[in-house]
Ligand binder design. Structure first.
Ligand code: HEM
Length: 425
């Protein structure tokens, strides 16, 4: 975004509440924080949420079909050559982009997912402000992605007519959904916002909608497939959620309440998400445990100390499950009837903060859980996956620490075959 447009952020001291912060004179149409926040909330926790989940359920069937095609019709003894991570960075990103932005962006730029992950791998360069000269690939990927979003906007504007919007007043084949249509109006009204600025904003949204969850979905499935005993327990939970009346053949609302899957989800985020949340101290100096943060300063809160705090989390009998290792059962409590219940209660809410907190807490958290667990469920019920994992497990790449879910440090060779008898419809 050019400097003139991005100054809108610097000048916006009106907060994200309906009422602007006292003393702010920012005009309503320039309240960029408020406009963004409320469009996100409507899309991800308000009226846009169910239609979005339904679209994802439909699109995950395309994900399954593409992998079935990859496998071919015969069960074969394949060598573990491909990279399991790429199944997520390519195929799941495609699925998620279609669910959020509709089909047109990918029709215009089928290579978007590949460059999206080149950009993501280049995040450390942007964070350290490495000049373009020394990080050409990352900068070129970013520029080309924003250019594709702008091209998508131009094409959607030309082709869209109100009659294409579905009965629920949400989906259309060009903008994808109401969220992106509304953003054209709201963001288009901001002073000094041109087509490039709006494309940058939408690219930022697309990044937030995909980066953390695709990586988290990878880690969930990685943990499940690398441990055969865990896989068989997960298979049982997934089988209990089979429902032929659902688009994906799985009752997603039931799936996200299953104790073991919930524990795997929460543990994955505890271990893999290392994110800095930023807050600006606006009203008065802030006193935290006698540390004074002067007004107008920015505070970064890291999720890592809380997620690694031995006083907060169970480490199992005799500390057999240290916090730097994945333990699927960390959030399960044995019940008297022999079953286990999932437990992440209010007493832990300040310690489990992958989604941040307060009014700025991630609005995509409900969708993220559905996306990651449904992806895992489809893989578990339809495919046999064999991963080649180094002893001691795959290390994480800490170079993007602070931006959210970490990547694996190396490739994860794998083979995949369709299951002989199984699978969702
Ligand atoms: C594992 C997955 C995810 C993680 C760890 C994550 C984490 C976060 C965090 C830490 C924040 C900032 C919260 C704060 O400042 O307190 C955030 C904001 C946000 N997230 Fe997520 N997120 C994930 C998935 C998603 C998904 C799937 C979506 C949308 C589909 C999404 C949309 C957003 C948006 C729009 C914001 C900004 C909200 C605002 O400024 O009003 N996130 N996320």
């Amino acid at each position: 975004m050019n400097e003139k447009s991005s100054r809108t952020y610097l000048l916006d001291n009106s907060g994200i509440g309906h009422e602007p912060t006292a003393g702010s004179s920012v005009k309503p149409h320039n309240r960029v924080g408020f406009l963004n926040h409320h469009l996100f909330a409507d899309f991800l926790t308000g009226p846009g949420f169910r239609p979005l989940t339904t679209r994802f359920e439909k699109e995950i069937m395309g994900f399954k079909t593409r992998i079935l095609d990859m496998c071919g019709s015969e069960k074969k003894e394949t060598k573990r050559t491909g990279d399991f991570f790429e199944l997520f960075t390519q195929e799941l990103t495609r699925t998620s982009l279609r669910a959020t932005c509709g089909p047109l962006l990918l029709e215009l730029d089928p290579d978007f997912p590949r460059r999206f992950w080149i950009y993501n791998c280049g995040l450390p360069h942007f964070l350290r402000r490495i000049p373009r000269l020394f990080a050409r690939e990352a900068y070129e990927a970013r520029d080309s992605l924003v250019a594709s979003v702008k091209l998508w906007h131009t094409a959607a504007r030309l082709r869209f007519e109100p009659r294409y919007v579905d009965e629920a007043a949400d989906v259309d084949p060009f903008w994808g959904c109401n969220f992106f249509r509304q953003r054209q109006e709201s963001l288009g009204g901001i002073d000094n916002y041109d087509a490039d600025a709006i494309a940058s904003e939408d690219f930022g949204a697309i990044w937030g909608f995909n980066h953390n969850v695709i990586l988290a979905a990878f880690w969930v499935s990685y943990e499940v497939f690398r441990d055969h005993a865990l896989l068989s327990r997960v298979e049982n939970e997934v089988a209990a959620c089979a429902d032929a009346t659902k688009l994906s053949g799985i009752d997603v609302e039931k799936l996200v309440t299953m104790p073991l899957l919930q524990s795997i989800w929460v543990e994955t985020l505890r271990l893999r998400v290392h994110i800095f949340m930023s807050r600006k101290v606006t009203q008065a100096d802030l006193n935290i445990n006698n540390w004074l943060v002067p007004r107008d300063n920015v505070v970064f809160v890291s999720s890592t100390p809380a997620h690694m705090d031995t006083a907060s989390w169970s480490c199992g009998p005799d500390h057999s499950h240290p916090l730097d290792e994945f333990w699927a059962d960390r959030f399960l409590v044995p019940q008297s009837d022999g079953t286990a219940a999932f437990r992440l209660d209010a007493s832990m809410s300040g310690s489990w903060i992958p989604f941040g907190g307060g009014v700025q807490m991630c609005p995509g958290r409900h969708f993220a859980k559905r996306e990651a667990l449904l992806t895992c469920a489809v893989l578990v019920s339809c495919f046999d996956v064999d991963l080649a994992v180094p002893d001691g497990g795959m290390e994480m790449d800490w170079s993007t620490c602070g931006t959210g879910t970490l990547k694996p440090k190396a490739r994860v060779p794998y083979s995949i075959n369709r299951k002989e008898h199984g699978g969702v419809n």
